[in-house]
Design a protein around this ligand. Structure first.
Ligand SMILES: [Zn+2]
Length: 174
């Protein structure tokens, strides 16, 4: 059963150079927290449809309701604590020269909660997109994966779908 506890979003910021960067993260954090606790968000996850069925792709065998529960419980694969807390470790880094033509905004790895974001991507993102980016990477930290390549099914994976729901809702609400 889904608890009615509020899920908190905490961001541990690293690599900040300017106060405006820190302020942008704070705005995105606040919006993200409001949205993931909203009834609209919960309904959108519960009723998510892909390939004609109520399901996410690569859902680890979970129903939409179970995906929602896992998202809100905030039990990262690295600490396994149900703490209703998204602890987002966000580090802004310089994009290496050999990735200068890449469209990738950032990344995380299974062995760390650290989320890296390239400064040029960070600067070009709206608050809504940054919130969606943090949510996407947080989905990875909560154990949800997607295809590496741009496959037809990738948009329906939990990280992409949830990121999309969040950026859309933020743009509608704010
Ligand atoms: Zn991803």
């Amino acid at each position: 059963m889904l608890s009615n506890k509020k899920t908190q979003v905490k961001v541990i910021k690293k690599g900040i150079k300017y106060i405006c960067e820190s302020e942008k993260i704070d705005r995105a954090r606040e919006k993200l927290e409001v949205i993931i606790n909203s009834d609209t968000f919960k309904e959108k996850v519960r009723n998510y449809i892909s390939y004609g069925k109520k399901q996410f792709i690569q859902n680890n065998g979970f129903s939409n309701e179970e995906v929602l529960q896992r998202l809100l419980e905030g039990s990262e694969i690295l600490n396994k604590r149900i703490d209703y807390l998204w602890e987002v470790h966000l580090t802004i880094i310089k994009r290496p020269w050999y990735k200068r033509f890449s469209s990738v905004n950032g990344f995380t790895y299974p062995n760390t909660l650290e989320i890296k974001i390239y400064r040029d991507s960070f600067n070009s993102m709206s608050d809504a997109f940054l919130a969606a980016f943090m949510a996407h990477e947080q989905c990875h930290n909560l154990g949800f994966e997607h295809d590496f390549r741009r496959t037809a099914r990738r948009p329906f994976s939990v990280p992409y779908a949830v990121g999309g729901i969040i950026s859309k809702l933020i743009r509608e609400v704010y």
